[in-house]
Design a protein around this ligand. Structure first.
Ligand code: GAL
Length: 374
């Protein structure tokens, strides 16, 4: 969990922006909710010196001082590079300098690297065959993983190659802790829903230490309404996806803060079993997704994907959710106990919205932890 500069700041990211976001991560309560990584995306890179050592550009006067600042707040600092000669935005990549760059990151105190294929693609296009291009990509990812390991500093390794060549099947074998499964997200319901609901059949590839990454959050960037952002958060939590906020943390509305820091939603995402949820039921535009949790309860999201403004009613037999009565439920976003559920669950879901529940076996009502009075 953390934050990344790209979705909101893109090429305007700077030392001042990162310090401001780190401050806001703390003052907004995001850090205490579990958001720890502050990740600088593309456009920080400057020139290599005569020894080949990479320096940041003028926007980042002193990367080590920045890392110290971020660490001083109980947060971690992430950075971005490419296995190609250039990054996506045309800045210096790590091609041929992997060990040197990994050492530079470790010396600065970097804790996370997003490694974006982009600039290697022109070289891959010159490979004699598709298989050779694929091998070239795997080697490039392995090379940086080995370089990071060699530094002795624990650095989270995030693969970004847009889900090509079924990365979920080999991402862990090249050292990836997470890998993007899709092209870039944008701040619209169409983009977010296309990506989020498109994550079917990938659950078996994710688990503790090696996660599918459906891209960073757009919550709070303004292109979706509250129901749609609630769908975004709920779906990412059910998918056990990395939660990397992508908005301006220093200018959040209370509604955005509430969406990003809902403790129950975060607990679903971060559940220690690390099981990615799956779609279990579809009827027209309505879908139910289920994520089994470590305490034998299940997180269930009922979604209304219909492209109209009307709310819809889903009627889902418990058996379709893999449940057998009696069960009782808690509505997560409404923070409301629903008591024992009937054999067919009926939920009302706003357009593009969600009803997110924790469903537990047994007839006992969900309690907030206070034991019954003797
Ligand atoms: C894209 C990547 C984005 C962002 C961008 C920066 O390739 O998918 O998440 O990192 O490059 O140039």
């Amino acid at each position: 969990m953390g934050w990344n500069s790209w979705n909101h700041f893109a090429s305007t990211v700077s030392d001042a922006v990162i310090r401001g976001q780190a401050d806001a991560m703390v003052s907004s309560g995001m850090r205490d909710a579990g958001y720890i990584y502050v990740n600088v995306d593309d456009t920080w890179e400057g020139e290599r010196d005569s020894k080949g050592v990479l320096h940041p550009n003028a926007k980042f006067p002193d990367m080590k001082a920045l890392a110290d600042y971020v660490h001083g707040k109980g947060l971690k600092l992430g950075i971005y590079s490419s296995p190609g000669p250039k990054t996506c935005a045309g800045y210096e990549g790590s091609y041929g300098h992997e060990e040197q760059d990994a050492k530079t990151y470790a010396d600065w105190g970097i804790d996370y690297l997003k490694y974006d294929l982009c600039g290697l693609r022109p070289l891959m296009a010159k490979a004699p065959s598709k298989a050779a291009a694929h091998q070239m990509m795997l080697e490039a990812y392995r090379r940086m993983h080995a370089a990071l390991r060699k530094t002795g500093r624990p650095i989270v390794y995030s693969l970004c190659q847009y889900g090509k060549d079924d990365v979920w099947k080999w991402g862990a074998s090249v050292g990836g802790n997470l890998w993007r499964t899709t092209e870039d997200i944008s701040d619209s319901y169409l983009s977010m829903a296309g990506i989020g609901f498109g994550q079917i059949d990938l659950a078996r590839y994710a688990g503790p230490g090696h996660w599918n990454d459906p891209d960073m959050l757009e919550v709070g960037n303004g292109g979706m309404n509250e129901d749609e952002y609630r769908t975004h958060m709920s779906l990412w939590a059910l998918l056990a996806a990395p939660l990397l906020a992508g908005n301006d943390l220093s200018a959040m509305t209370p509604a955005t803060t509430a969406l990003l820091t809902n403790r129950e939603v975060i607990a679903i995402d971060q559940d220690r079993s690390g099981i990615q949820g799956e779609r279990v039921w579809v009827e027209g535009a309505l879908e139910a997704w289920v994520k089994p949790l470590a305490d034998h309860s299940k997180a269930v999201g009922f979604f209304n994907r219909a492209d109209k403004t009307a709310t819809a009613e889903a009627q889902v037999p418990l058996a379709k959710l893999g449940l057998q009565g009696p069960v009782h439920a808690h509505d997560v976003w409404k923070n409301k106990d629903l008591g024992v559920l009937p054999e067919t669950v009926r939920v009302t879901i706003p357009a593009h919205g969600v009803a997110l529940m924790i469903i537990r076996p047994g007839p006992a009502p969900h309690t907030q932890g206070s034991p019954p009075q003797a």
